[in-house]
Design a protein around this ligand. Structure first.
Ligand SMILES: [Zn+2]
Length: 208
């Protein structure tokens, strides 16, 4: 389908993503908050990532971008992605220095949070920034936090790897275990994750 993008709207009226502007130099991204397709199969949505992004936008005013609509495009897999292009433009326009790309991973994984850095490549080997993100979760009792173990975001067309390659921003892929969000999860778990991301955004803003 030939689509023309005008800022965050698609010409045919079916919006594929939403940008909510804010303050600061850290952008939160939730590319899988709606269902997406991958090689003929439909992958489940990760709705908590969108909730978290909107919660943080309201609380601390950081800019966010998230997928919406029913197009089944997958910004974390497809070779071409208007979503990723929009982030690259946003980074340039607003001087964004860090992108946190939020995901949910299946309950079978042992990690509570897996941080993907492309083995350092997507974050310019900024171990100091990595330590800030890791500590933000651990200080809220969320562990184990692993790095580049299950989902290193090393592939070519990941949101974080592609945006890092095409822009000056340091990009983290943050996979959060769905066990923290399920019906049987502790009600305070969502709040702990939200608090962790809030701390990460604020601290990153101080050190970058
Ligand atoms: Zn995902």
């Amino acid at each position: 389908m030939n689509r023309m993008f005008d800022d965050n709207r698609i010409e045919d009226g079916d919006r594929s993503y939403v940008v909510e502007e804010g303050a600061g130099f850290v952008l939160l991204s939730a590319p899988h908050q709606v269902e997406h397709g991958r090689e003929g199969t439909i992958k489940q949505a990760e709705p908590d990532t969108g909730r978290l992004a909107r919660c943080l936008n309201e609380r601390i005013g950081c800019p966010i971008i998230y997928r919406c609509g029913s197009s089944l495009e997958d910004p974390n897999y497809d070779e071409a992605s208007a979503y990723r292009d929009r982030i690259v433009r946003f980074v340039e326009e607003k001087g964004i220095k860090v992108v946190l790309d939020l995901h949910e991973m299946a309950a079978r994984h042992q990690s509570m949070v897996e941080i993907g850095t492309g083995h350092g490549r997507n974050i310019d080997d900024r171990d100091d920034l990595l330590a800030v993100v890791r500590r933000a979760f651990e200080s809220h009792g969320i562990e184990p936090v692993t790095v580049d173990t299950v989902f290193p975001a090393a592939g070519f067309f990941r949101v974080s790897s592609d945006v890092a390659r095409r822009s000056p921003a340091c990009c983290f892929q943050i996979e959060m275990n769905v066990r923290m969000f399920g019906f049987d999860a502790c009600p305070s778990a969502f709040e702990a994750v939200c608090g962790s991301l809030e701390e990460a955004v604020i601290r990153l803003g101080e050190v970058i």
